[in-house]
Write a protein that binds this ligand. Structure first.
Ligand SMILES: Nc1nc2c(c(=O)[nH]1)N[C@H]1C(S)=C(S)[C@@H](COP(=O)(O)O)O[C@H]1N2
Ligand SMILES: [Mo]
Length: 204
């Protein structure tokens, strides 16, 4: 099921490169990834430290909410769970905000960030991320839509509650689970109602 096609998606051959706020300049030597917010121990990691910590590699597909999917990408990265455990999340911590060098932000529930296949990705198909694909790091959580895979990631902030990120301000879903088709806020609920009423047989 993991590499299958979620409802409403279409396989595409090529990535569509998005940078809503422009592509920032990143210096790999001075780059740091910070873990902040509701943690006992805020930490920061250099690119080289992250590379040495990389402990997860798998093949998983990528799904953009605008309906294109890229099949079977080989991802290499650091377990998000490991990064969060290293900083010891306080019990009040419930959401994560991914914050990026360009100012882009994306929230995800802590629970999703703690899933075994949630990573801070450093490589795609065995090569360091291209600049326009988020070098040096972007989170990847296979069961969430691609807008949560925030490029040029610089900070993982642990929050007590949900806060809108860049796309959520425009009505995109708080969580964005691809299998539940959580594309827009409130859609899961309306979708379930319409489905129960027999108005629709499948996703839009
Ligand atoms: N910083 C940043 N990250 C971002 C975006 C963006 O505009 N800025 N777009 C998101 C969206 S909607 C998608 S589908 C993916 C696209 O990844 P790609 O540009 O590598 O194809 O990046 C996500 N991460
Ligand atoms: Mo997207």
């Amino acid at each position: 099921m993991d590499t299958g096609l979620p409802p409403g998606q279409v396989w595409a051959r090529n990535w569509v490169i998005y940078s809503a706020l422009g592509t920032p300049k990143i210096d790999a030597e001075s780059y740091r990834l910070r873990v902040t917010g509701l943690v006992e121990e805020p930490r920061e990691y250099s690119y080289h430290q992250l590379l040495e910590m990389a402990d997860v590699e798998y093949v998983k597909s990528f799904h953009c909410v605008t309906k294109w999917s890229i099949k079977d990408v080989r991802w290499t990265g650091v377990s998000l769970k490991k990064l969060l455990e290293n900083s010891r999340v306080k019990k009040e911590g419930k959401w994560i905000m991914f914050v990026c060098a360009d100012g882009y932000t994306a929230p995800v529930p802590l629970e999703d960030a703690l899933s075994d296949d949630a990573i801070v990705a450093l490589k795609m198909d065995g090569r360091p991320l291209e600049i326009d694909q988020g070098f040096p790091a972007r989170p990847f959580i296979p069961h969430l839509y691609g807008w949560k895979s925030a490029k040029w990631l610089t900070e993982i902030e642990v929050l007590p509650a949900y806060v809108d990120g860049y796309w959520e301000m425009y009505g995109y879903h708080e969580r964005g689970n691809v299998w539940a088709e959580e594309r827009f806020k409130g859609m899961g609920f309306r979708h379930a109602l319409r489905k129960a009423a027999g108005i629709i047989q499948r996703g839009i």
